[in-house]
Ligand binder design. Sequence first.
Ligand SMILES: [Cu+2]
Length: 194
Amino acid sequence: MIIAMASWSTWKAPSLVALIFLVAAACGGDGDGQVYEADGVGGTSSANLVNPDGDVVGSAEFEQGPTGVLITMSMNGLTPGAHGIHLHEFGACTPDFKAAGGHLTATDEAQHGLKNPERTVDNHDNGDLPNLYAAADGIAQAEFFTSLVTISGGSMPALLDADGSTLVIHENPDDHLTQPIGGAGGRVGCGIIR
Ligand SMILES: [Cu+2]
């Protein structure tokens, strides 16, 4: 509308040039149109992780960075080896971990799996993370970084949206391919993100 109304009189030409510059900046400069935006860079949230008996077995911290969320976590009581771990859509772990719902996504058509060839920037599963590895003593410590969510607001599904979200740990590894959860099996840990 502004462009259509702009005349080529000498005093309006500078504002037209400025408008074109802003549009280019919003496209990130490489023409792909993908821009990560979040409210409150530096903001944090956290979760206490519980096992199916309700015992606290770990914790996770979430910090909003300019291009994604850094997750720092530790947990004990796991079987040694790899465990699928995802961000789930509801902020609930009771009466059982099914209350956490499915993965946090922006579309019902979401494709699970970091290695899924059907996956695009328009249909990725925003709850996906690499696997969590527990040592022989059942303890796992990890950092994850994801640019597929925000803590609040912005251009990706937010952890602290109206229905909240959870960090869920599964009993088996996520193969990053199989629908809907990479064959990760049952839920052995859950934490409400607050
Ligand atoms: Cu999951």
